[in-house]
Design a protein around this ligand. Structure first.
Ligand SMILES: Cc1cc2nc3c(=O)[nH]c(=O)nc-3n(C[C@H](O)[C@H](O)[C@H](O)COP(=O)(O)OP(=O)(O)OC[C@H]3O[C@@H](n4cnc5c(N)ncnc54)[C@H](O)[C@@H]3O)c2cc1C
Length: 465
């Protein structure tokens, strides 16, 4: 048994944990980070980056496939298109490798000690772990729990064989013929669309009345339409029951209670993610929980002195950039700086086709909060850049207070709008009013012009629509 001591111990090297450790190291805090799998956590290894890599590859393939078909247009034609998914996965893995190696280098540069292994709590200051037969004890003044989340498994559809989690799906080396996705949240839609564009027949089964039920119907309706155009069958208000006895189909219950069998050689279950709070002695600390999540205050402190928690383990929205922002804040608090969680909004992007971005309040959320609003919208069919990209579906919508025009929320649906998320977030954090966005010169031709036009529309005088 060897003993290590440090001022700050971070458990988990996902975006929350590694950002916390790097910032702490930069500030001169003696820091150790423990990771039982790979540096980069879910996001870099089996989440954000792998999924976006495959979305890009599938988009490229579908463009080439379209050019090879009789409907080739833009004057482009290409001989028969084919995909070697194993090579695509190798390319994706190379990106993951580059990024995770980079995280290792950044931790080293910041003077952070990286320890491999599964940290188990002995008490609020001590963890023990074993790596390659060597047991180590780490004693720390402060501990940050950044253990993330994992896919929820359905008891009647356990992962294995044809039943895939997002992790398995993102490393699959063959395109299934008939894929059924259980769960119409953003992860299921993103991966389902990938396999559809690679040639699979895809059905999405959703228990709620529509896909992405947490977003308003004005945003999700055009997306549903596009899924239909792509040939994806969406079955809402239907519930998966389990595999058929021969394993070649998924039994579902329809809205009216009837049963149906959906032929499937692969089933992807994306019904949610749950925080990683069990199996490493966390229960022994008897922290106050908020449902399944570790409860935190505005400084990410748990109910135990000297123990912080950040990222997915602390609740929604379970997004990498929230985890990173919390990680950075906690490192500064540990280093003695005065910090508190004072973010106005956390953007969320669904990398669906088309992409969907939301920041701040939707019209309904503002209304339910008792705020009188002005809503400005601008459709991409009035935007030249969208036309040149052949994607003029979707729109930008701005929600502002009716009295002083303070922007409360911005939402957009459209191909390429993911890159507008930063501008939306900045507008909210800077307390922009409709007049500020309307008076800002937006470069032409760009999708961003639709944001300026949406602000003008909120003020009652859009120019190009
Ligand atoms: C398919 C998919 C796509 C996604 N796409 C996006 C996206 O586009 N944008 C976005 O913002 N978010 C996305 N997410 C969510 C994002 O990945 C998470 O919000 C983010 O990774 C959370 O970071 P974290 O640091 O809290 O935890 P994680 O990234 O989950 O990292 C936690 C780490 O802790 C380690 N760990 C756990 N317990 C222990 C222990 N006892 N000892 C040592 N190590 C331990 C784990 O091995 C893991 O590496 C996606 C997720 C998935 C699954």
């Amino acid at each position: 048994m060897t003993d290590l001591r440090c001022k700050l111990l971070v458990i988990g090297a996902g975006p929350g944990g590694y950002v916390c450790a790097i910032r702490a190291g930069q500030l001169g805090v003696d820091t150790i980070i423990v990771e039982r799998a790979s540096l980069g956590g879910t996001c870099l290894n089996i989440g954000c980056i792998p999924s976006k890599a495959l979305i890009h590859a599938a988009d490229e393939f579908s463009k080439v496939a379209a050019a090879a078909s009789a409907s080739a247009h833009l004057g482009i034609s290409a001989p028969g298109a084919s995909i070697d998914l194993k090579a695509t996965i190798d390319w994706k893995d190379a990106i993951v490798h580059r990024l995770t190696t980079g995280v290792g280098a950044l931790l080293k540069k910041a003077g952070v000690r990286v320890v491999k292994g599964n940290a188990e709590f002995l008490d609020g200051k001590t963890v023990e772990l074993e790596f390659e037969g060597n047991r180590q004890r780490i004693v720390a003044e402060t501990i940050v729990i950044a253990t993330g989340a994992e896919p929820v498994e359905l008891p009647f559809l356990p992962f294995g064989g044809p039943v895939m989690s997002s992790t398995t799906a993102l490393s699959r080396q063959t395109v299934p013929q008939q894929l059924v996705v259980v769960g119409g949240g953003y992860i299921g839609l993103e991966i389902g669309t990938v396999f559809r564009k690679l040639g699979a027949s895809v059905t999405i089964v959703e228990a709620a009345s529509r896909i992405l039920p947490q977003y308003d119907a004005e945003l999700t309706k055009p997306l549903l339409q596009r899924l239909k155009t792509l040939g994806i069958d969406v079955k809402a208000e239907c519930r998966a029951q389990g595999l058929q006895s021969d394993g070649k189909g998924l039994v579902i219950t329809l809205k009216d209670g009837d049963e149906q069998v959906l032929p499937a050689d692969a089933v992807l279950v994306t019904v949610g993610r749950r925080p990683v709070t069990q199996g490493f002695g966390l229960e022994g600390l008897k922290l106050t929980m908020s449902g399944p999540f570790v409860e935190i205050d505005a400084m990410c402190r748990t109910s135990m002195r000297g123990v912080f928690a950040i990222g997915d383990v602390t609740g929604e929205p379970m997004l990498a950039h929230r985890a990173m922002a919390q990680g950075e804040m906690v490192a500064e608090i540990v280093a003695g700086k005065k910090r508190i969680w004072d973010k106005v909004a956390i953007p969320a992007i669904c990398f669906t086709d088309p992409e969907l971005v939301t920041v701040g309040q939707s019209p309904d959320e503002a209304k339910n909060a008792g705020i009188e609003t002005k809503i400005g919208t601008f459709p991409f069919r009035g935007n030249g850049r969208a036309m040149t990209l052949e994607r003029d579906d979707g729109f930008v919508r701005i929600v502002a207070r009716a009295d002083n025009h303070l922007v409360l929320g911005i939402q957009a649906l459209g191909q390429g709008v993911a890159e507008l998320a930063s501008a939306f977030g900045l507008a909210l954090e800077m307390g922009a009013r409709l007049e500020d966005i309307a008076a800002t010169i937006h470069a032409h031709p760009s999708l961003g012009e639709a944001v300026q036009e949406a602000a003008l529309s909120g003020l009652g005088h859009a120019i190009h629509f």
